[in-house]
Design a protein around this ligand. Structure first.
Ligand SMILES: *Cc1c(COP(=O)(O)O)cnc(C)c1O
Length: 369
């Protein structure tokens, strides 16, 4: 059986907007303004309006967005950052790069987001930021995190790389914390044609610092006020993203529809599906289930031509690059999730027929023994 079913269908999205995207690319190529061309600021204005913040800046990747945020907050050696160990490595990589230390809460097994009830107990005089990751597209418990942040004077930096467009109460993700960070990696809900990312803030000083830091600490040619990095967003990527951004909400709604089909058809006897509270929306960057015998199921699905992925197989304190044994046994939910999660095909062009085929294959696997 060949379903021709990709985990993520980037081609379909390109075909849908091909005329506009090709024209946008041609315009940049003809202008030859590859660095900070006018499309960058145009896109940034659209992006700020989209996230309902006064300031948004493009940068070179979602990873750099997190790094710019922490640099703007002055994070350095000896500082501690509270976050989740069950996320993509970039979240913790930037903490390590700046010489700071990740401090981990476990995750909540129903939401896969950090356990907010553990945050206060981990705060020390060296805590410089809290980074909730809105994993798989589901916003973390921001009210409580912002309350804690306010009480202790600790900024909350949102890792919204998987959640752009999700709502938390009436507010948009990336516009809730001191700084929001997102990724335009091609497979994210809003994907560029290469690496790109963005930062968001309500704070004019932080905005000013991030805008400078991403361009060698400078906003005046050959005058460097801060130690920065080279992390501008390419004009080409900004031009492409400007075409795509107006479609993001529609694509996210399609993902929610696909998720609804999975939820309707999957048998809860074998599969634990994602849960979303009434006070927020899930935009399903991933549709991730939890199952027993995950690896065997994944192999079986693969034989049937159904792709799937594990986000993520290893909590970060167990990774060689970030190995830290003090967290062993303190994050049982993260370890359980790492061993049992499986992400199923999810993108705006998945059909109900395809969902049915995936679900039937999963049920066959569990029924056959
Ligand atoms: C994708 C992702 C990043 C990094 O984004 P890049 O654009 O790939 O650098 C960071 N955090 C999370 C949670 C991500 O999913």
């Amino acid at each position: 059986m060949n379903l021709k079913m990709p985990l993520v269908d980037l081609n379909a999205q390109y075909r849908e907007l091909q005329t506009e995207i090709d024209a946008a690319i041609r315009e940049v190529v003809e202008s030859q303004q590859f660095i900070m061309g006018p499309q960058v600021e145009e896109f940034e204005q659209d992006l700020a309006a989209y996230a309902r913040v006064p300031f948004a800046f493009g940068c070179a990747s979602g990873t750099d967005a997190l790094q710019l945020a922490l640099m703007a907050l002055g994070v350095g050696p000896g500082d501690e950052i509270i976050t989740s160990p069950f996320t993509f490595a970039a979240t913790v990589e930037v903490i390590a790069l700046l010489g700071a230390e990740p401090v981990y809460t476990d995750i909540d097994l129903t939401t896969y987001n950090l356990r907010v009830d553990q945050v206060e107990g981990l705060i020390t005089p060296r805590t410089k930021a809290i980074i909730p990751v809105h994993l798989y597209g589901l916003p973390a418990d921001m009210d409580e995190l912002l309350r804690i942040g306010h009480q202790y004077g600790i900024p909350v930096v949102e890792d919204g790389a998987q959640a752009l467009g999700a709502y938390y109460r009436d507010e948009k993700v990336c516009g809730l914390g001191a700084i929001g960070c997102t990724s335009f990696f091609p497979a994210k809900n809003l994907g560029a044609f290469g690496d790109a990312g963005g930062v968001f803030t309500h704070d004019g000083d932080l905005a000013d610092r991030m805008a400078k830091i991403r361009a060698h600490g400078s906003d005046k040619r050959y005058w460097h006020e801060l130690v920065g990095v080279n992390s501008r967003i390419d004009t080409l990527q900004a031009a492409i993203l400007k075409v795509k951004l107006p479609h993001l909400d529609r694509w996210n709604r399609r993902r929610q529809q696909v998720a609804g089909w999975y939820q309707e058809l999957l048998d809860p006897t074998w599969v634990t599906g994602p849960v979303c509270g009434e006070d927020r929306t899930h935009i399903y960057q991933q549709y991730t289930i939890r199952v027993e015998r995950r690896d065997a199921l994944q192999a079986y699905l693969s034989e049937q031509g159904i792709p799937s992925a594990v986000h993520y197989p290893t909590p970060l304190y167990l990774q060689p690059a970030f190995r830290d044994s003090q967290w062993d046994d303190r994050c049982p939910n993260s370890e359980k999730a790492a061993n049992t999660v499986l992400s199923l095909p999810m993108h705006p062009y998945v059909t109900r027929e395809q969902v049915k085929m995936v679900v039937e294959a999963i049920h066959r696997f569990f029924e056959q023994d």
